[in-house]
Design a protein around this ligand. Sequence first.
Ligand SMILES: *[C@@H]1O[C@H](CO)[C@@H](O)[C@H](O)[C@H]1NC(C)=O
Ligand SMILES: CC(=O)N[C@H]1CO[C@H](CO)[C@@H](O)[C@@H]1O
Length: 694
Amino acid sequence: MGGGGEEDEHLPLFETKAMKGRLVYRVFSVTIFIGICLILAYRYKDELPCVDIFVCTADPKIEPPILAINTVLSVMAYNYPPEKLSVYLSDDGGSDLTFYALLKASVFSKQWIPFCKKFNIEPRSPAAYFSTTESKCASLDPVLSQESAAIKKLYKAMEDQIETATKLGHIPEDIQTKHTGFSEWASVTSQRDHQSILQIIIDGRDSNTVDADGCALPTLVYLSREKRPNHPHYFKAGAMNALVGILDFLYLQFQSARNNQLSVVQLRVSSKISNGQIILNVDCDMYSNNSDAVKDALCFFMDEQKGNEIAYVQFPQNFNNITKNDIYGSKIDVITKVELPGCDGHGGPLYIGTGCFHRRESLCGKKYETGYKFDMKKRIEGKVKESVNELEETSKVLANCSYEEGTQWGKEMGLKYGCPVEDVITGLSIQCRGWKSIFFCPERAAFLGIAPTTLAQMLVQHKRWAEGDFQILLSKYCPFIMGHGRISLGLQMGYSIYCLWAPNCLPTLCYLILPPLYLLKGIALFPKITSPWFIPYAFVIVAANAYYLAEFMWRGGTLKGWWNDQRAWMFKRTTSYLFAVIDTSFNLLGLSSSGFDVTAKVSEQDVSERYEKEIMEFGSSLSGMLTIIATLALLNLFCLVGGLKRITLNLVDSGFETMFLQVLVCGTAVAINLPVYQALFFRKDKGRLPISGL
Ligand SMILES: *[C@@H]1O[C@H](CO)[C@@H](O)[C@H](O)[C@H]1NC(C)=O
Ligand SMILES: CC(=O)N[C@H]1CO[C@H](CO)[C@@H](O)[C@@H]1O
C-alpha cells in the first residue's frame, strides 16, 4: 500500500458504476421469462387451449391468392399441437381462385409442415423462407439442402399452377371435377351476390388425415360468407363476426332480449366447428415470422394472477419490405415503440386489427368481473359427432346475411359495425367493459406484412385510418365520453392521439399557405430575431424537432429516414387528413357514406424497382391528392423566390431580421418538397407527376 506514489494514495480502492446496457439486460430477462413460460407450457401440453386463427382476405386481384396461402401455411406450421389449431381463411372476395389456392396449399402443407418441424426452419411462410435463407442452408447441412430443394420444387409447381389459373381468370374444367367444392361457384353471380360457401378442407378430427410424417394436421376451413346486394356486409368486421361466435356463453348478458334463442344466436362458424378459446386474427399479407408466437401470447393469457383480466394481446404491425430510409414513413416505429407501449402502461393498447390474439369471450361481449377465472382446459365441444358434410351444412347457415338480423352482432357482440376502423372501437369497448389488454413487442417480429410501395397507397390507407379515428372522436364512442370512468385518463389521451390526426390538417395547411403568401407580400407574421419574443419560437422549433429526431434515431432510424418521415407526415396531413375531415363532415351532414378501400398488396415490376431505389412513386391516379401536394410545393417555391428577391432588394424594413422565421418555414417546405419538383420537372419515368394531369 505504502509503496505507491502521491497520486496513487488518493485513488479509491473500489468504485460502483451503473451498468451499461441495462436495457439489453431487461430485454434479456424478458426472454428468460418467456423461456420459462414456454418450458411450463411444454410441461403442461394437455392444458394448452385450442386456438382458432382467422386469415382475412378481401379481393383476389389486390391480394393475390398466393400471398394469402403463404400466410395460411405459415400459421398452420406453428409450433403448437396441431389438433388444437384451426385455421380459417375468410375470403370476402368469394373467389374460386382463392379456394383453389387453398386446396393446393392443403396438399402442400402435408410436406411443408413436417419439413418445417424437422429442421426447425424459420420463417414458415414458404415464399419468405425460399427468398431468404435458401442460399445459407445449401452449404450447411446436406440433408437439409436436399430436402429443401425437393420442397422448393413442390412449392414452385404449386405457385405455377396457381398463377396459371390466376392469369386464366377461372378454374379449368378438369380441375373443377376433382373437388365437389367448385360446384358452389355455379350459383355465384358476382363477388357481391352469392350464397355462403363453406368447405372444411382438412378435418382435424379425422385421424386418417395426416401429414407426410403421419402427424395430425390442423383443421383448415374455407369460408366465403353470404353476400347480397341489398344487405350491408360491413367489410372486415362483418367477415370476422361471421366466424367468431361463442358456444359457452354462460353469463346470459342479453337474456332479456331473447331468452330461449340465446344459444343459437351466439353461435357462428368457428364456434360451431372448433370453438378454440383463443382467437388470432391476421390480415392475409401478414405471415408469421415466429413459430412460437402462439405460445408467447398464451403466456399472458395463462398467467395465474393477471392472465384472467386480459382480453387481447396485440403484436405490432411490422413490415418485411421497408427500404433503408423508408420513403413513405411506413415503419411507424415511434407508434409501435413509444406510443403503444405508453398506452400499455395505462391499461392496454388499441386493437389494431391484425396480429392480435383475443379471448373469445371478451370479443363476443362478455364483461369482466373481478374474480373471474376461466379454465383454459375446459372446452365445450361443438357437435363433433357430425360428419364433415353435415358439419359444413349446419355451419354454413351461420354465415348467412339474415343470421344477424335482430341480434347484437356488430353492436354488443363481436366487432362493431359502421366505422372504417372497426378494430379500434371494438378494442375500446372491450376495455370499457373492464378488460385489460397487452402490447407485446418482441425484438424479433412475430408477424410481417407488406408496406405500401406507392404514395397513393400510403395516402389512401391513412385517409381511412384518420377518417375512422376522427369519426370515433365525434361519435358516442369518443374516448373521453365512452371511456370516462371506465378507462384511465392516460389511455383516453392515448386514443385521442389518433382521433386527432385528421384535424391536424388545418394548422398544417395554415403553415404551408399563410407564411409564404405574407413573405411574398413582405408582411411579417412572426417576431423579429432581436425581439425577446423570438426566444420561445426558437426554443419550440429547435426543441420539438430535436426531440423527435432523437426519438427517431434512438429507435434505429436514419437521418434521411427522419427527413422522409417528416415529408410523409406533411403529405398525409395536407391530403389524407384533409379528405378525412371533409368526408367526415359530409357524413355528419348525411351527404355521403364512406366506403372501404383495400390497399393493393402487389405492384408492377417498374414500380417495385423504383420503390427499392427509394424514388417516390406519384403515378397518375388519385389526382385530387396529388394536385394539392403539387400546388402547395409550387406555392412555397414561388413565394420563397419572390420573398427573397424582395428582401435582397431591401424592399422590406430590416428584411432578414423581420422575415427570418417566415423564410425558415417556407424554405423548409421547399427543401422537403424537393422530390415533388423533381417529379414535376425532371423525371421521365411512369412514377413522375404529370404536370398536364394537374
Ligand atoms: C424474422 O425472423 C427471423 C428469424 O427467422 C429474424 O432473423 C428476423 O430478424 C425477423 N424479422 C424481423 C423484422 O424481426
Ligand atoms: C425491399 C423489398 O423487400 N421490397 C418488396 C416489397 O414488397 C413488394 C410487393 O410484394 C415487392 O415487390 C418488393 O420487392
